[in-house]
Design a protein around this ligand. Sequence first.
Ligand SMILES: [Zn+2]
Length: 76
Amino acid sequence: MIPFEKTLPYDILMKDVYVLECPFCKKDNVLLPLKPRDIVHVHEGKKKLLIFPCCGNKVMLLDSDSDYLLTDTVLR
Ligand SMILES: [Zn+2]
């Protein structure tokens, strides 16, 4: 089971990946520098560094499913 406090819910809209709210600076609707295929690659085991464009905070993406990204960082 995925540890809830290290997950980040996301949405894909027109092949762009968004989070509803940045867990660090609380900005709404942040467009992430990810493509949907990056999320598939993360699920296949390819770790990826995600840098939030709003505030520059960094998390490592470890896994994903259709709703959540699993990171190495406690986000909530
Ligand atoms: Zn931010």
